[in-house]
Design a protein around this ligand. Structure first.
Ligand code: SF4
Length: 461
């Protein structure tokens, strides 16, 4: 499962940072959002006359040099880290998208996926719009520019929002104005906070923490917030759509120190572990996580079950992207480079192995085999989500339905395939209880096959 994207916007008016520091602040905030996308990143700043940007393929520290950042001036800016959902992993698809139009400059950063982008693109192309990328984000930019020619920003945005189907958390810069938008379903997170001299809007609160800022609140589904001249103003489109926060933000995507939809992700993951222990108890010697996202749930499982927490797998946190190595033996070396076992902690033990989810099953099987090779006597897999049986259309790159191990197997069949002695998944009820948000306000499309919006060839709730 791949992360999606992270968006950022900063609006500083009192200029307590010296001007060049804005770009550095954005760099640090994007670094805090790096887990949401590792393919490319971009920063765009408005200097009072025009937009200047730096964009590139790779991780935040690889793309920006200190000198480039110090030369990027302005008081307002937006930024992005990307994992491609629509559009290839190419520099042209890097965000923010920037367009100069008749009335000014516009830059846009998007987290999410539009399910009606092809239809909208065809319509715009038939009206003479020319697209330079395959990305659904460019469709939003064209729609906005079209409406900005005839309406004030809020009216224009409301008109565009009413046409978009799917998930979108957006940071938009129109000259010196920053606009944050969360889609009416509230699929993706988006929050804002106060920093010295201004405001920051970000996919996750960790970006605000990094800037020593204070979280004000999250945007509500369907909310539009405009930051300008040291103040902000909120408006909303009437939400006729079902609120549908993505449960995988809590299970896997978001950082544990982020607050998502009012819940500290760390607390949710710990409760997931506790619920798992209640639903799937087992006689074992140690509880051990698959790092990193299984760690907090393993702590919860251990606390609830009173089975000792002991790490048996260690992830190399300093590894960047690795290229595909030729030959089985080199590929196995690359796997061991990413994750190693602590055989002293595993040898002769009955191990409860906690992971966040199973997608194809290949990674789980490889990890369980590593734990067995390190001497574990038994391996009992406990999974902090219900089985993923259907794809995501809202911007999470999981796998096709055929590739999902749970789409055509029962629990015993999956357990056998991944080589676990026993396998237990968290129930939907247990997950909802751990998240603490009522089920009717959560998206659980990929674990039920029933989606909160109409998707051709899929069932709608
Ligand atoms: S389908 Fe699954 S991954 Fe996609 S938004 Fe819904 S809960 Fe999240």
């Amino acid at each position: 499962m791949e992360e999606e994207c992270g968006v950022l916007g900063i609006s500083v008016t009192q200029n307590e940072f010296s001007q060049p520091d804005i770009a550095l602040q954005m760099y640090y905030a994007l670094y805090a959002l790096q887990h949401r996308g590792q393919e490319s990143t971009g920063i765009a700043l408005f200097d009072g006359n025009e937009i200047h940007s730096i964009k590139g393929m790779g991780l935040v520290p690889e793309v920006y040099s200190k000198d480039d950042l110090l030369n990027l001036t302005g008081d307002v800016g937006i930024g992005h880290v990307r994992y491609s959902t629509t559009g290839d992993s190419r520099l042209e698809n890097c965000q923010p998208f920037i367009i100069n139009y008749k009335n000014g400059n516009i830059a846009l950063a998007h987290n999410g996926n539009l399910i009606n982008s092809e239809k909208l693109r065809e319509e715009l192309e038939s009206q003479g719009h020319i697209f330079t990328t395959e990305s659904d984000t460019e469709v939003i930019v064209h729609l906005l520019v079209k409406e900005f020619l005839y309406h004030d920003p809020v009216e224009a945005i409301k008109k565009v929002m009413s046409r978009l189907e799917g998930s979108f958390s957006l940071a938009i810069m129109i000259d010196s104005m920053i606009i944050a938008i969360r889609d009416p379903h509230g699929f993706k997170p988006l929050c804002f906070g106060k920093i010295d001299g201004g405001y920051v809007v970000a996919s996750e609160s960790v970006a605000i923490d990094t800037l020593n800022g204070k979280l004000i609140r999250e945007l509500e589904p369907g909310e539009i917030i405009i930051f300008k001249d040291g103040t902000y103003e909120s408006s909303k489109i009437p939400v006729k759509k079902r609120i549908s926060h993505c449960v995988f933000e809590f299970i896997y995507f978001a950082r544990p120190d982020s607050i998502i939809d009012g819940q500290l992700v760390y607390d949710v993951r710990e409760k997931i572990g506790r619920e798992l222990a209640k639903e799937h108890p087992i006689d074992a010697d140690i509880v051990s996580p698959v790092p990193d996202s299984g760690i907090t749930s393993a702590v919860g499982y251990s606390d609830e079950s009173k089975i000792k927490y002991r790490e048996g797998l260690m992830k190399n946190r300093y590894i960047g992207r690795t290229f595909i190595l030729p030959g089985q033996s080199l590929r196995e070396t690359a796997v061991r480079l990413k994750m190693n076992t602590i055989s002293q902690n595993l040898s002769g033990k009955k191990v409860v192995l906690i992971d966040d989810s199973i997608v194809r099953g290949t990674t789980s099987k490889r990890i369980i085999n590593m734990v067995r090779s390190a001497g574990a006597k038994e391996v009992h897999a406990r999974i902090g989500s219900p089985p993923i049986i259907a794809p995501c259309y809202m911007g999470i790159n999981m796998a096709s339905r055929d590739e999902l191990v749970a789409s055509c197997r029962d629990i015993d069949g999956i357990g056998e395939l991944i080589n676990a002695d026993t396998l237990g998944y968290l129930s939907i009820e247990g997950l909802v209880k751990a998240i603490g948000i009522e089920k009717s306000k959560l998206c659980i499309g990929c674990i039920t096959g029933l989606y909160p919006l109409k998707i051709e060839c899929e069932q709608c709730e």
